[in-house]
Design a protein around this ligand. Structure first.
Ligand SMILES: C[S@@+](CC[C@H](N)C(=O)[O-])C[C@H]1O[C@@H](n2cnc3c(N)ncnc32)[C@H](O)[C@@H]1O
Length: 204
């Protein structure tokens, strides 16, 4: 963690970070927002901050386990005066299951989830049936999940996991114009990785 990230955590956590042990009430946090979007694994928060800036009428909650990423995003929130973004330092699977009310979220963003590329590591991938059960419970009617990956084997895996899950419909989409190109994605593209975007919607 850099000094600036540590300083941002000391200075801004009280204002912008949520406490994972207490129940999270998205509709109270963003009572005037049109929609509420949760990002799972926001990393250093590059895309998160740019998207929050693009959609000031949407409330965003970014969940990330890696403390330096929380610090980096707090710096961006303070610099950009982003009042529509809150952070949660936690394992998204546990936090969503235990601390978020059901039917409270309009959409999830999952950008470039860790690919766990070795066959024996695949079970660590976050996109799995039980995780989709949690997301399905937390989404409002017609809620959606947007995913991007630059790992072809993970893209195939995502397609298969959703096909086997009865709650969602959708699949591969064109890269949406609102999703910014981040340094992380740029690195993948320079290695000739193919980026796949998916949108899945909760069936009615
Ligand atoms: C490959 S990085 C991508 C980060 C970012 N979305 C981007 O596009 O640059 C994946 C991120 O997911 C986070 N992560 C992995 N599992 C997580 C979990 N269960 N809950 C929250 N964050 C998680 C990691 O710490 C890491 O920052």
């Amino acid at each position: 963690m850099t000094d600036a990230q540590a300083e941002a955590i000391t200075k801004y956590s009280d204002k912008f970070c949520l406490l994972s042990e207490s129940p999270i009430t998205p509709h109270e946090l963003f009572s005037n927002s049109k929609e509420i979007i949760v990002e799972v694994g926001s990393g250093m928060g590059e895309a998160t901050a740019l998207i929050a800036e693009q959609f000031p009428e949407t409330g965003f909650i970014a969940i990330e386990v890696h403390t330096p990423g929380i610090g980096a995003l707090l710096i961006k929130i303070a610099e950009g005066e982003l009042s529509n973004l809150r952070l949660l330092e936690d394992d998204a699977t546990v936090a969503l299951r235990d601390s978020f009310p059901n039917h409270s979220i309009n959409a999830f963003h999952i950008f470039f989830p860790d690919p766990w590329s070795k066959v024996r590591q695949r079970k660590r991938r976050i996109i799995q049936g039980p995780f989709l059960d949690i997301l399905a419970n937390k989404l409002k009617p017609n809620g959606r999940i947007h995913i991007a990956t630059d790992w072809q084997d993970y893209a195939n895996y995502i397609k298969k996991v959703f096909l086997e899950h009865s709650a969602f419909e959708g699949g591969i989409v064109e890269r949406p114009d609102w999703r910014p190109l981040t340094k992380f994605e740029g690195k993948g593209l320079r290695k000739n990785h193919n980026v796949t975007d998916f949108t899945y919607t909760l069936k009615s």
